[in-house]
Ligand binder design. Structure first.
Ligand SMILES: Nc1ncnc2c1ncn2[C@@H]1O[C@H](COP(=O)(O)OP(=O)(O)OP(=O)(O)O)[C@@H](O)[C@H]1O
Length: 269
């Protein structure tokens, strides 16, 4: 990390340098003239799940998308400030964005498998990134990714069937397998359970537990119970700012800011 970058004012947790994965400093995001994110600074560590919570429209998804330059796909979006992955500025002109999005994968609110076979959904990324040299190796990556995403047993006999024929929860685990297949370092999840029933949601939450430590995971959720269940760090956003960031248990039981307290006690949101 660049020592000259100031530590985030709202950070109640010191992340040991050896587990630090991403840092954001003074990040602003504008949609045209409208500012959606203001001066957000945060550290994301490797060995825990980080939840972004806050009322609708507070900018959680907008900020999440800055972490793998997904906002680049929105023509009116403009990002300023500095975001680093392993000390490297991801907004630098020399950054290969396709490579970045493999290193910082994303899972969306609505499962979005390709209209291709289950196998192809997972094989596509490793193939375009040249991660396998043979068919056998590719098959091994596909199997390993599906095992890791907790889907292998359910699909191993139907790999040639369309990914879109799976249930919503299975589709979401397929999308997680697809992200895992290119060997990411960070997985961003934007309300990954909001389109799922409670059983499928529980499976994704269990999966998040299992993946913790292997990948830095950041999850946007408007469900505080979910944040409490799956994360060890929570960042509370309000009106485009990061109000408070701390250990999840601390933030929910002993919030430092009045606005956090009001939100978690249901006074607004
Ligand atoms: N593509 C876009 N173009 C213009 N404005 C946008 C765009 N996406 C988001 N915004 C605006 O930016 C602000 C933050 O939105 P964002 O979706 O990041 O919030 P959020 O906290 O994730 O909300 P939610 O929980 O409802 O998804 C809102 O005012 C929203 O209207």
């Amino acid at each position: 990390m660049n020592d000259e970058i100031a530590a985030p004012a709202t950070d109640r947790i010191a992340i040991p340098p050896e587990t630090l994965k991403m840092t954001a400093r003074d990040v602003d995001v504008f949609y045209g003239a409208k500012q959606a994110i203001e001066k957000v600074s945060i550290d994301i560590g490797m060995d825990h799940v980080t939840a972004f919570i806050g009322p609708s429209g507070c900018g959680k998804s907008t900020f999440l998308r800055t972490l793998n330059r997904m906002n680049d796909t929105i023509p009116i979006a403009r990002v300023t400030g500095q975001i680093e992955l392993d000390g490297e500025n991801i907004y630098d002109a020399s950054m290969d964005v396709v490579q970045l999005r493999a290193r910082v994968g994303m899972v969306f609110q609505k499962p979005n498998p390709f209209p291709k076979s289950i196998f192809e959904n997972v094989a596509y990324g490793p193939r375009i990134h040249g991660l396998s040299t043979s068919k056998a190796e590719l098959e091994e990556i596909v199997e390993k990714s599906l095992v890791r995403a907790g889907l292998w047993d359910e699909v191993k006999d139907r790999l040639t069937e369309s990914g879109t024929a799976l249930s919503g929860g299975q589709q979401q685990r397929l999308c997680i397998a697809r992200a895992i297949a290119v060997d990411p370092e960070v997985i961003l999840m934007d309300e990954p359970c909001s389109a799922l029933d409670p059983i499928a949601t529980a499976k994704i939450e269990e999966l998040i537990h299992e993946l913790r430590g292997r990948y830095a995971i950041v999850i946007v959720t408007h469900n505080m119970q979910q944040a409490a269940r799956v994360s060890q760090r929570t960042a509370f956003f309000h009106l485009g700012t990061l109000v408070e960031y701390g250990e999840t248990s601390d933030l929910f039981t002993n919030p430092q800011k009045e606005r956090t307290k009001d939100y978690i006690t249901g006074r607004y949101g």
